[in-house]
Design a protein around this ligand. Structure first.
Ligand SMILES: Nc1ncnc2c1ncn2[C@@H]1O[C@H](COP(=O)(O)OP(=O)(O)OP(=O)(O)O)[C@@H](O)[C@H]1O
Length: 247
């Protein structure tokens, strides 16, 4: 996979909730071997666009193309089998299971739902190592700090061996140190070829980590480009000055 290869593309995506247009004719792309940021003030439409990408929300118009194939009409499970994985704003882990068992369960599901031959134990060990979780593997998720639990979410997503990883505010609840480690882990995953998309409140993290950024405001794509380009965009400055809380 070449570094600039487009893994995911939306074109003309529209989502309306009653009279409110949550996503208004949005076209973005997410490329292999990089971290793409998706930012915008609260209510800008980021989560709704994620839902369209993963199949949890059917767009009123537009297309979602994954690995060159139109997946707009496919259910979330079918997209997951093609290599899409997602984490959520709220932790969606089994709190009373150990870190290792959370990964095992994900591995078991992959094995049951695909024809892939998967050595779940070996894969669990590999992903624990890759994400730096080996030292807490035996602990229940409820007994580790939220910041580490965010990493478990990513690790669980990695059990599916995705091509595209969509992260929704993964750094919330992390200490500065945890965020630094987390950023290094994402960079390493991207260097390995993974396409990562990051919705995140922590703008310094986004600016430092992402090679490209898409900015939404009131459902409209107001800028796409490098961190320097979007930070210099008058529309972006205007949107953020007008917003009390930014993401
Ligand atoms: N299920 C829904 N029904 C009605 N309106 C919705 C629904 N989901 C989202 N919206 C509205 O769509 C708009 C976009 O919301 P969305 O959650 O996608 O924004 P966001 O950028 O993810 O915001 P945040 O940063 O606060 O998570 C908002 O006006 C929101 O109120």
């Amino acid at each position: 996979m070449s570094p600039s290869e487009t893994v995911l593309e939306t074109t003309g995506v529209v989502v309306r909730f009653g009279g409110n247009t949550a996503v208004d004719d949005v076209g973005i792309d997410i490329r292999a071997a990089g971290v793409t940021g998706l930012i915008g003030p609260n209510g800008a439409g980021k989560t709704t666009l994620y839902n369209c990408i993963t199949g949890m929300q059917r767009p009123d118009a537009g297309r979602v193309v994954f690995d060159g194939q139109d997946v707009t009409g496919l259910a979330p499970g079918a997209r997951a089998r093609r290599g899409m994985a997602r984490t959520f704003q709220r932790l969606e882990l089994f709190l009373s299971l150990s870190v290792r068992d959370n990964l095992r369960v994900a591995g078991d599901i992959v094995r049951a739902n695909t024809r892939r031959k998967l050595d779940v134990e070996a894969e669990t060990d590999r992903v624990l190592e890759l994400t730096g979780l080996t030292d807490v593997a035996h602990l229940d998720v409820s007994d580790i700090p939220t910041g580490r639990a965010r990493v478990v979410e990513v690790a669980r997503a990695l059990m599916t061996r995705p091509r595209l990883l969509l992260l929704d505010e993964p750094a919330s609840g992390q200490t500065e140190q945890e965020t630094e480690k987390f950023a290094a882990m994402l960079r390493a995953l991207a260097d390995d070829g993974l396409a990562i998309c990051l919705v995140e409140h922590d703008l310094p993290l986004v600016m430092g980590l992402c090679s490209r950024i898409h900015v939404l405001d009131h459902g409209v794509l107001i800028a796409s480009g490098t961190p320097a380009e979007v930070q210099a965009s008058p529309a972006v400055i205007e949107a953020y000055i007008g917003a009390e809380v930014v993401a």
